[in-house]
Ligand binder design. Structure first.
Ligand code: FAD
Ligand code: PYC
Length: 411
């Protein structure tokens, strides 16, 4: 506010918000690979919580050019397992205060989240999630068509359709935000504390000696480092391969689209697992819509007509009146899918090389909690208690954290 007043009195242009990419130094205490929300949040919390500022974030494109600015911005904690609920609930808490904390408006809006159930099996899963959520103090409950009609009068609740709505899991804290602002806010505050952010800097190799990371190769030269962390979403397996280990991850495209802007009519976020759709209305008035992942693994961000046709067929079952609404943009991101629909966070087989991966179709909502957890893990060399269940080792110990039943996206 004070800055705005000063600027008004002084006139002229506001200062450039992020420093230009500097020359690479020969060595850093920590190198973070990937300048999406997760990498930038980790850099911010490393500086803020641990005073570690000799940090370089290396991003091969521009800031948030990956999934951070391709997602549909849904934030919620109505998960299925106690480990998942605790973890995402901390993120919802951090998100609620993030505009204030970063002094950067991320346009966080609590809208309520309805996961529609069209089958007895979906009702059972909704009831199960509600029980686990309530047990851990998370606001979720099972609701029925009369309640749904009150919460979202625009929904087609008739029972003469292919998949009538039997009920829903209602989660009032479900929210949306401005996704790229999350990355910019973290980047700006991290840079103010001394973190260097290097865009258009692609990591091409990881130098390892005696099973310990010692340096990073980039398209702008080599650097030495004490520690490194990868947070590269759709390219996780590729970076792990550079570091010499394998991940239980398949990379699958996920598409989404937005309509032209119309006056606000849709308050809650609507998800239907059976119809394979999810939709919210943005602050600008666009319908932000998505469906299932593509049916095959692929490193590609192309859009397809099949996706749009499928999605619209199901959208029209729920909202028959939007038949003449035009689609404005369609895009895709690459989702790194784990077998149990939970992330891979923490230590790796390479000493001082850390991982934040496996965020599939669910990682935007985890940006703040992943940042805090990974910062502590990198700083102390020990997994933060909230991310300990998501270690890579769980796949060797048969301790998966199964969250498929809580994924909004069909697979
Ligand atoms: P990214 O933002 O992808 O950042 C990784 C960065 O690494 C990229 O910028 C990339 O350029 C960079 N990189 C890659 N390789 C290299 C290299 N060799 N050198 C240097 N840099 C490199 N999640 C939700 O919670 N809610 C949702 O509603 C939601 N909707 C989604 C909708 C779609 C269409 C998609 C695709 C995903 C959705 N997700 C959602 C998932 C979410 O977007 C991701 O899990 C999350 O954004 C991952 O953040 P990140 O910072 O790890 O990755
Ligand atoms: O994880 O809530 C989610 C989500 C919604 C759409 C894509 N992911």
């Amino acid at each position: 506010m004070l800055d705005l007043l000063k600027l008004g009195l002084r006139g002229g242009r506001p200062p450039r918000q992020l420093p230009a990419t500097p020359a690479l130094k020969p060595t850093y205490d920590v190198v973070i690979i990937g300048g999406g929300g997760h990498g930038l949040a980790c850099a911010y919390y490393l500086a803020r919580n641990f005073g570690i500022t000799n940090v370089a974030v290396l991003e091969k494109g521009y800031l948030a050019s990956g999934n951070t600015a391709r997602n549909t911005t849904i934030v919620r904690s109505n998960y299925l397992t106690p480990d998942g609920v605790r973890f995402y609930d901390e993120s919802v808490r951090l998100f609620g205060n993030l505009s204030h904390e970063l002094d950067f408006n991320i346009m966080y809006g609590e809208r309520g989240h309805l996961t529609l159930a069209h089958t007895d099996a979906a009702m059972r899963t909704a009831r199960w999630r509600a029980e686990v959520n309530q047990h851990l103090g998370v606001d979720s409950s099972l609701v029925y068509p009369d309640d749904i009609a009150r919460l979202c009068p625009e929904l087609n609740l008739r029972d003469d359709v292919r998949y009538p709505i039997l009920g829903a899991l209602y989660h009032p804290p479900g929210s949306i935000a401005r996704h790229d602002a999350v990355a910019w806010g973290y980047a700006q505050r991290a840079a103010e504390m001394g973190v260097e952010i290097h865009t258009h800097t692609e990591v091409t190799g990881i130098r390892i000696e005696h099973n310990r990371v010692v340096g990073i190769e980039t398209n702008r030269g080599s650097i030495a480092c004490g520690k490194a962390m990868q947070a590269v979403a759709g390219m996780s397996s590729e970076l792990a391969r550079m570091a010499g280990f394998r991940l239980p991850i398949r990379t699958i495209p996920l598409q989404a689209c937005v309509s032209e802007a119309v006056k606000p009519f849709l308050d809650p976020i609507i998800v239907s697992g059976s119809l394979h759709i999810y939709v919210s209305q943005s602050a600008r008035g666009e319908l932000v819509m998505g469906g299932s992942t593509d049916p095959y693994p692929l490193y590609s961000t192309r859009s397809t007509l099949e996706f749009k046709e499928d999605l619209m067929m199901h959208m029209l079952e729920l909202f028959p009146f939007i038949g003449s609404l035009r689609v404005l943009r369609q895009w895709a991101g690459m989702a790194d899918m784990t077998p149990d629909f939970s992330p891979v966070m923490g230590l790796t087989p390479v000493e001082n090389y850390y991982i934040d991966a496996g965020w599939g179709t669910w990682g935007f909502k985890a940006t703040p909690v992943s940042g805090t957890c990974m910062a502590e893990t990198v700083a102390t060399g020990k997994p933060h208690r909230l991310c300990a269940p998501f270690s890579l080792e769980r796949f060797y110990d048969y301790a998966q954290v199964g969250e498929k039943g809580a994924a909004s996206v069909g697979h």
